[in-house]
Design a protein around this ligand. Structure first.
Ligand SMILES: N[C@@H](CCC(=O)N[C@@H](CS)C(=O)NCC(=O)O)C(=O)O
Length: 206
């Protein structure tokens, strides 16, 4: 059994949706916060960075980093067909865009929503936030250009699309993002039409 430490609408949502879409045996532990805003104390012993998602694998080892989880889960459930296996066509692009989504767009999101964590100068937070918004817009444009006329990045539904849909849902103005990139809206609508994803989106109060 997989145990996913989560917070609704956070980075755990894509991992939860992928576990559901793969038919994995998993449970979700939704974390509470201490009065100072930090996550519950027991969680710090599991993940020293105290971030969600954190995934405990069936062998009781702990995984952090959402991109690594997405790739690993796909490999554990090859029959689900949600990511090309090593050696299969599309594998390199799968890895490329999964890491891009996490390292580029997710990171811009973190700077946008938590700018104070990225500067020791409190007055610098406004600039961090403004630059994050610009950078994120450029990164979405890069992803949308690559998606082109396709509905799904790899030409068929994959973990990438689930992750990209989560990032779209965090856009400061989803309507504006989709007005700019109609293909991202097409992808988003197709992802949330998936029955397993829809169930997880609902559980996350999306
Ligand atoms: N690089 C990590 C980033 C994880 C991350 O920063 N998660 C955020 C939520 S989206 C978090 O847990 N922040 C700490 C907090 O909310 O207290 C990953 O991809 O999993």
């Amino acid at each position: 059994m997989y145990t996913l430490y989560a917070r609704n609408q956070a980075g755990s949502m894509a991992v939860e949706a992928l576990l559901a879409a793969c038919g994995a045996d998993y449970k979700v532990v939704v974390l509470n916060r201490n009065p100072d805003g930090s996550f519950e104390d027991f969680f710090h012993a599991i993940n020293p960075k105290a971030e969600v998602p954190t995934l405990v694998l069936p062998d009781d080892s702990v995984m952090t980093e959402s991109a690594a989880m997405m790739i690993h889960i796909c490999e554990q459930f090859p029959q689900a067909g949600l990511g090309p296996m090593p050696g299969e066509p599309g594998r390199a692009q799968f890895l490329r865009w999964q890491v891009f989504l996490a390292a580029a767009i997710y990171n811009s999101d973190l700077r946008l929503f938590y700018p104070q964590r990225f500067t020791t100068d409190a007055s610098g937070a406004v600039g961090v936030k403004a630059r994050a918004a610009e950078t994120m817009a450029q990164e979405f444009a890069i992803y949308a250009r690559e998606l082109g006329e396709r509905t799904f990045m790899l030409g068929r539904f994959s973990a990438l699309d689930i992750y990209a849909a989560m990032l779209c849902s965090w856009a400061p103005d989803m309507g504006e993002l989709f007005a700019m990139h109609a293909n991202l809206k097409r992808m988003y609508d197709a992802v949330v039409a998936n029955e397993a994803v829809k169930r997880v989106w609902d559980r996350n109060e999306m």
